[in-house]
Design a protein around this ligand. Structure first.
Ligand code: GTP
Ligand code: MG
Length: 131
């Protein structure tokens, strides 16, 4: 998911280019937005964390781009491509290093396991929207 700050700042094109150059196939993609209810559902695993309310408010603050990406070793390779959660710790050339300004507004989300990638793909897309 390209997060609201990156969409609002006009970084979506640059981010999508990096994803394609890194060898990912985009099998679904759409510009959409999360209501506070949908954002809290998406990040329900973080419900107990102190930053949860801010995270939900931020993730529902504007349009996002949701996508399903395919590649061998996709989860690990994508997390390498996006960099550390904190953009100040993200390695040079990673998406968060290039496009994120803070840990709260960190430009992009990547699934943390194959199982969660499947859950998150179904959260955003129906089977008929995938190519
Ligand atoms: P996502 O790809 O968005 O899931 O990020 P992540 O997997 O790198 O981090 P994690 O799942 O642990 O946290 C989800 C989101 O919560 C992060 O992207 C951050 O925006 C936010 N977050 C995580 N840890 C902190 C923190 O210590 N402080 C604050 N303010 N936000 C945090
Ligand atoms: Mg995460």
């Amino acid at each position: 998911m390209i997060k609201p700050d990156a969409v609002a700042n006009g970084y979506a094109g640059g981010i999508i280019s990096k994803i394609i150059e890194a060898g990912f196939r985009i099998s679904a993609m759409k510009l959409t937005a999360l209501s506070p209810e949908r954002a809290s559902q998406f990040y329900a695993v973080h419900k107990a964390r102190p930053f949860y309310n801010d995270l939900v408010k931020y993730m529902s603050s504007g349009p996002i781009i949701a996508a399903i990406l395919e590649k061998e070793n996709a989860v690990n390779d994508f997390r390498k491509l996006i960099g550390d959660t904190d953009p100040f710790k993200a390695a040079p050339g990673t998406i968060r290093n290039l496009y994120a300004k803070s840990i709260d507004a960190n430009a992009i989300h990547g699934s943390d396991s194959d199982a969660n990638a499947d859950i998150e793909a179904n959260f955003f897309f129906s089977v008929t929207e995938r190519f």
